[in-house]
Design a protein. Structure first.
Length: 45
């Protein structure tokens, strides 16, 4: 839900999603896979 509510257009939003991914024990690949499936920019390069 958080990802769908965020435009990911500033550092604070990216930091929030990074912290959320960590709290959910997601690695960078898993987080980027979720972003890809939802059609939003990847969080990690």
């Amino acid at each position: 839900m958080s990802l769908m509510a965020i435009d990911l257009d500033n550092r604070n939003e990216a930091q929030y999603l990074h912290q959320l991914a960590g709290a959910m024990d997601l690695d960078q690949r898993q987080a980027n896979n979720i972003h890809s499936r939802l059609g939003v920019p990847a969080l990690y390069s």
